[in-house]
Design a protein around this ligand. Sequence first.
Ligand code: H79
Length: 441
Amino acid sequence: MIRARICFGKVVLTVAAVGIFSSISPAQDTYKPAPENLKARQEFQDDKFGMFIHWGVYSILGDGEWVLHNRKLQLHDYERLPGFFDPEKFDAKAWVALAKAAGMKYITITSRHHDGFAMFDSKLSDWNIVARTPYKKDPLKMLADEAHRQGIKLFFYYSQLDWHNPDYYPRGRTAWDNGRPDKGDWNAYIDTYMNGQLRELLTNYGPIGGIWFDGMWDKPDADWHLAKTYALIHQLQPTALIIPNHHQAPKPGEDVQTFERDLPGRNTAGFNTTFVTDQLPLESCNTLNGSWGFDIGDDKYKSAEEIEEMLVRAAGNNSNLLLNIGPLPNGEIQEEFATRLRVVGEWLSKYGLSIYGTRGGPIAPGDWGVTTQKGDTVYVHVLNWKAPLLALPPLTRQVASAQELINGTKVQVAQSEHGVVFPVPAPEKGQSDRVIVLTLK
Ligand code: H79
């Protein structure tokens, strides 16, 4: 492929190696985010904490969102599920209010998961909540209206992987035992079906925070027509951020790099890239218990304190945290989730200034804790440190003053070319984060 690029006023022709770059089209290669997109990225980073929601007809079975694949269900059997889906307790107002009470600034909800079932009113097929369920309503519309009313951003998760549409063919790495047909039109799937649904999502729901893509890892070598899809989104809503969960380094046209069940650069999950861009906002997603979609056997709820630590570590790694809950099939959010989220929200009402609007701080994160920074203020979050004194590596700037965030108590800082040393208060019960506020000269 021959690409032209403008370089300091000269046109330089480069012959790109055939291979990893061959799927990048010239249009995407020259993607220049609009000014309002760049502003949306800054706001996204300022927001720091979002609510991830996995909710679909799979929720009925209480066995996670991969139940079709995991249990090798036949599609014609799975197709019975919408007939039982009637979430009479769904309350958009309560969901948005809970996210706000938790201190979350945005919500990312599954518009459709890998089962391809649209949880919104789609005209592209009747495999959707309005056409197939006794509920007959569009919960995403209600949620979007409520989010706009309560001033919280709404993002749509969209699975590019589709286990239901026959045009998702050839198949990828998943769902081989479900009676899916052995032929289909891939280009029609992408250009007509998927892009048609994305157009609906970006047209019928008011201003949207962005699209969170998942499932591309199912067919890593396929041509996903990304340039076309990304251009469509940016053209319809320039402020909508494209957040792809493909587990690879960012590609042109993408606005955020996201990491699944890991902090940026770690790969404890086994499928994440360790490459971390310094060009885009970062986001780390994780689950409140162990599951994404409702799993009736999953009692591994993280404590409020563990969630706070996840959020602090994300912020110290210059990343957002997108924390998942899987609501019940009747539309309720179970108390085990709600109580913990409210505690986190109370904590954030005290500690939020060391999180919101900050970026990763000047000192590398470590097991001991992390730093965040906003302007001349550095927040030292001491998370795991038993000794009375903490020594950190040198700062390039002088510390003018230091105090404990929670009560303003002055902290004596000794600074030399060897580092910064200061006493840390003993942790409060049930509370690991001790925040020392350094004001720099
Ligand atoms: O929506 C949630 C999950 O359902 C979805 N992403 C989150 C946000 C998800 N699906 N799979 N995973 C997460 C884990 C990925 C596993 C993979 Fe693989 C390992 C993808 C590629 C290698 C499973 C095993 C699929 C192919 C082989």
